[in-house]
Design a protein around this ligand. Structure first.
Ligand SMILES: NC(=O)c1ccc[n+]([C@@H]2O[C@H](COP(=O)([O-])OP(=O)(O)OC[C@H]3O[C@@H](n4cnc5c(N)ncnc54)[C@H](OP(=O)(O)O)[C@@H]3O)[C@@H](O)[C@H]2O)c1
Length: 199
């Protein structure tokens, strides 16, 4: 798959390295490509891609996608892994989500929310130190979710560990797991943990 990654921070670089080693073509889009070797402009990265991974602060996602443009985003699968916080680490969009807002604003894009409920070290190596782990998937388009589930498998997620929560409205639930993540981190003093749904 031709993948554009917007944001080459901790998440973008880790996902990009792992997906490239699984055989995908990865292009990084940056606001300042001249400062980042191996990056191109955000629009150039998206133009050549079937799937776009959004790995920037959640509160910057809508304005960044506006800059890339509705026509460039049309028909692309947009995998949103972001979390959106206020400066004091409260939820920026209570009772709503970045993913739902993006899908509503860009109806021709196929938005999928996933990987946002864990630390980056777990995203790319889910079962290295954990006996069980769950990754949630939310989105309206089944083909887009199937493509994302394929990438999750390449990152090491087993079929049983992937929990499809349904439409993009369910991203509100997973984005609201952020306070639980921080409380757990405070209690455990490590980010190497994850939610596991058992039944
Ligand atoms: N770190 C984690 O373990 C983790 C876990 C779950 C979810 N997340 C979420 O994943 C996203 C990326 O996290 P990260 O840890 O990789 O962040 P990061 O290391 O801070 O990198 C974010 C990247 O976003 C771009 N960026 C920063 N501010 C921006 C702005 N105002 N507008 C547009 N682009 C901006 C920058 O790329 P350029 O300067 O090249 O444009 C930067 O390299 C965030 O939404 C975060 O909440 C992170």
């Amino acid at each position: 798959v031709h993948i554009a990654i917007i944001g080459k921070g901790k998440v973008g670089s880790a996902l990009g390295a792992r997906l490239a080693s699984a055989g995908h073509e990865v292009a990084y889009g940056s606001r300042t490509p001249e400062d980042h070797t191996g990056s191109v402009s955000q629009t150039d990265a998206v133009q050549g891609a079937e799937l776009v991974i959004i790995a920037i602060p959640g509160t910057a996602v809508l304005s960044t996608l506006e800059g890339i443009g509705e026509d460039v985003l049309a028909d692309r699968i947009v995998l949103d892994v972001s979390a959106a916080f206020t400066p004091d680490l409260a939820l920026a969009y209570p009772n709503d989500s970045v993913a739902r807002r993006v899908q509503a604003r860009f109806p021709r894009a196929r938005v999928v929310k996933s990987l946002n409920t864990m630390n980056v070290s777990i995203m790319v190596d889910p079962l290295a130190s954990l006996s069980q782990a769950t990754v949630f998937v939310s989105g309206e388009n089944q083909d887009a979710k199937a493509a994302v589930k394929g990438l999750l498998a390449d990152l090491g997620w087993t079929t049983e560990s992937i929990l499809d929560l349904g439409g993009v409205a369910s991203a509100t639930a997973t984005e609201h797991a952020a306070p639980l993540f921080f409380a757990t981190y405070t209690a455990l003093q490590t980010m190497r943990f994850n939610i596991a749904i058992t039944r």
